[in-house]
Design a protein around this ligand. Structure first.
Ligand code: SF4
Length: 348
């Protein structure tokens, strides 16, 4: 089970310059001082609902480049967590950082202070995309960072973006192939959004950048999720966490508060289409799935059902819920019996 994350945002801390797409102010405002971290954690622990108290709890330093902060400052932040680790109130620490800021000395420091998980802002494995995004590192930095992190025994997360300037669907697929080869413990992917105050805003206003339309982003992400699932690499999150600040700063791009669900619904639509194609069954269809997949099969506002009815000239679509069916599975009742498909075996 995924740990409970207590996030501490350090916007831009450690960043040498601003990446093209970044406006950390859209997700957080002030940098908390090391001394304020302790009271923040205490308050967060008290507010944890009782059903979450027994889960693994991780403090996560997000929003900047933790390992690019001055060494003494890293230590000040990490020291604040040590009493929580010693008492068992917190189990481990997670940080996010740049792939080119992880030398052996820094890794030794992170190990010493109980850091377990390191998320790398990788974004793409295409150097031209990284250059245009003003990342200041290249794909090879990610490869060597992951290998080094593995040697030191850290859990490795990879953060990717789609739709940056210069990115294409093929480039995204190449990026995924390279990431899969690196076998990270998990991946996060989010589409590029135009946020107020980010350098990308100027390009967009000048008509020199167009974000991916939502429908296209869903198609890219659908393929991405299935590729990662087949490689047994968990996807920790798709899309940025919807917050009031993000919504206030959002200007353009494929933003949706339930993006992951839209992608799952697109996958179930393809699965249903596949079954109806291989087993045309008159004017009615009776699907079977796990109760938690019904909303994915229906799609938002029943969209999948309406489209399936229209495309396959069906009068009626029935859905049978079966708890014993695995998640990601879809069955179709036919006169000859049941045909089924697992989302991992969907053709693409
Ligand atoms: S994307 Fe990350 S590395 Fe780039 S400016 Fe923003 S916080 Fe810093």
């Amino acid at each position: 089970m995924a740990p409970i994350i207590i996030p501490i945002f350090l916007p831009y801390l450690g960043c040498r310059k601003r990446c093209l797409f970044c406006n950390q102010k859209a997700t957080a405002t002030e940098i908390p001082s090391p001394s304020s971290v302790r009271s923040f954690i205490e308050a967060s622990l008290t507010e944890l609902p009782s059903d979450k108290k027994n889960r693994e709890k991780q403090i996560a330093f997000y929003g900047g480049s933790f390992t690019a902060i001055h060494r003494e400052e890293q230590i000040r932040y990490l020291k604040e967590i040590q009493t929580f680790l010693a008492s068992g109130l917190i189990d481990s620490i997670r940080i996010s950082t740049r792939p080119d800021a992880l030398d052996e000395e820094i890794l030794a420091l992170l190990k010493e202070y109980g850091v377990k998980t390191i998320e790398l802002g990788t974004q793409s494995m295409i150097d031209q995309v990284l250059f245009l995004a003003k990342r200041g590192h290249c794909a090879e930095d990610t490869v060597s960072a992951v290998l080094r992190l593995r040697r030191w025994g850290f859990e490795v997360g990879i953060q990717l973006m789609i739709g940056l300037p210069g990115d294409t669907f093929d480039r995204f697929l190449k990026t995924l192939d390279q990431i899969i080869d690196l076998k990270p413990d998990f991946v996060r992917i989010h589409p590029t959004l135009v946020l107020k105050g980010a350098p990308l805003e100027n390009l967009w206003r000048a008509g020199r950048y167009s974000p991916l339309p939502l429908g296209e982003a869903i198609q890219w992400l659908k393929r991405g999720l299935l590729k990662l699932e087949r490689a047994s690499i968990p996807v920790a999150r798709v899309g940025l966490q919807p917050t009031r600040d993000l919504e206030r700063n959002f200007l353009a791009g494929p933003y949706h508060s339930a993006l992951h669900q839209l992608i799952d619904a697109a996958i179930f639509f393809d699965m249903a289409k596949h079954l109806l194609k291989i087993s045309p069954n008159g004017s009615q269809a009776f699907f079977l799935c796990h109760p938690k997949e019904v909303s994915n099969l229906r799609g938002q506002r029943n969209e999948n059902i309406l489209k399936l009815k229209e495309q396959f000239k069906l009068n009626k679509i029935l859905i049978g819920e079966k708890k014993e069916l695995p998640r990601g599975y879809l069955g179709l009742q036919t006169q000859e019996g049941e045909v089924s498909i697992d989302r991992k075996s969907l053709d693409f």
